[in-house]
Design a protein around this ligand. Sequence first.
Ligand SMILES: Nc1ncnc2c1ncn2[C@@H]1O[C@H](COP(=O)(O)OP(=O)(O)OP(=O)(O)O)[C@@H](O)[C@H]1O
Ligand SMILES: CC(C)(CO)[C@@H](O)C(=O)[O-]
Ligand code: BAL
Length: 458
Amino acid sequence: MTALPRALLVSSRANAIASSSRSVVPSLQSVSRRPSLPHRSPRVHFAFCKYASNSFGATSSSQPAHIPVIRSLAQLRRWRRMVRDQGLEVGVVPTMGALHQGHLDLVKASLSKHPFTVMTLFVNPMQFAPTEDLAAYPRTLERDLDLLRTLLPVHSGSSGSGMLRGLGVSENDSFRPAPVTEETEPPVIPRPVKGAKSKARDEGTLLPPILPEEEVPKGLGNLVVFAPGPETMYPLKGDLQDLSKKRGVEVDVKGWGDVMEGASRPQFFKGVATVCTKLFNAVEPDHAYFGQKDIQQALLLKIMLTDLLLAHPLPENLHILPTTRDPHDHLALSSRNAYLSAPERDIAPILHRALSAAQLLFSSISTDSAEISGEEMISAATQVILDEQQRILDSGSPVELRMDYIEVFDRHTFEPVRGRLELGREVVVAGAAWVGKTRLIDNLLLGWGIEDAVAPTS
Ligand SMILES: Nc1ncnc2c1ncn2[C@@H]1O[C@H](COP(=O)(O)OP(=O)(O)OP(=O)(O)O)[C@@H](O)[C@H]1O
Ligand SMILES: CC(C)(CO)[C@@H](O)C(=O)[O-]
Ligand code: BAL
């Protein structure tokens, strides 16, 4: 990682302190926009403020941290150019919104390591087959922003915001960066004039404003959200879901994208690889953060970066963070969990229990020199699901549980692991199951940890 100016180290640490006190996502009702404030000296405050608009300031005029929402490519590129001109690193966290603690953990990791973080929020039509849940997918932007604000320190409304001078992410911003000196007060970023037309002239301006006009970003922060519309991400337009009709570029990671999740959802990884290539091109991140929950996606993207010789980010700078789980029953957090009814939610942790049965067998390889095969691991996991199906039937519960697949695969090649497993083998046991109409996925890493995933594939 490039060395950071001292003030930025302070700001990163400050973010980490602020976020460490909030490890659990509050419910929608209880979201507080005012995290508790650590002690700080005025000097630290100054250093922090020099680079970021989101500064600590527990005064009566404290305001929730401001998170600019960038809609257009032109704005994003202007912002990116200015950050690059200052020699500062950017981390990206691609998401489809409907945030939960798993997403927040990724954003926190990026905020704690890099002076700037872009969280992208785009429900990508191309990765949803026409039969899938694109229309139903939860879209909760206001709530997402509330949750993101809990990661940031409050800032003092009176002392002026927009300390990252002129990064220009307001639709109406004509402001250009002023030279940063320690003495001068930050310039005031012009408020948008009501009803005024945006100066940006790219496709993003075709979209309706995402926030009421009076809430158009006025400050500039170290966390920004890039929430483009489909016209921005797919400028050639056309059919984005029926890939037989789609025209234009399609990124297909053959051999890695057509197994497991790719076998069950044949266009999924084409959609993911295509949109992530575009997002990487748009944001040009130095680092990217993905969740282990979607392990095949994260490893496949690393392979894609390697094979396309992409440098934003470099494959080794695509970081995979552990799956955030419900602390009580270990259900992997997922936006689609919102689809589950109460009785379905009670059944949902069964997938993790099934994978844990396979993990237990795997761990016996080292402890008792037992001979364990991939097939036995799959069968142990499958049996847990079958037993649960029987239990559901016997109990008269209306919940439907259906296994999609359980697989044990090599972490580099994605080849299924069959026959006896040798000691030292690095594999993944992954699976998908339907609980009612909700498809859940989960996985466990066996014989390796996510820190080993930093290296490109061998
Ligand atoms: N429980 C989790 N722990 C860690 N990372 C997660 C978790 N859930 C999702 N992520 C990561 O967040 C990023 C964005 O994922 P996405 O917006 O699709 O959320 P999701 O919860 O996976 O949604 P879905 O229910 O559609 O699978 C991905 O890198 C994904 O792996
Ligand atoms: C990586 C991603 C944002 C691409 O749309 C999506 O697949 C997701 O949220 O995991
Ligand atoms: N987290 C993966 C997004 C999807 O299932 O479409």
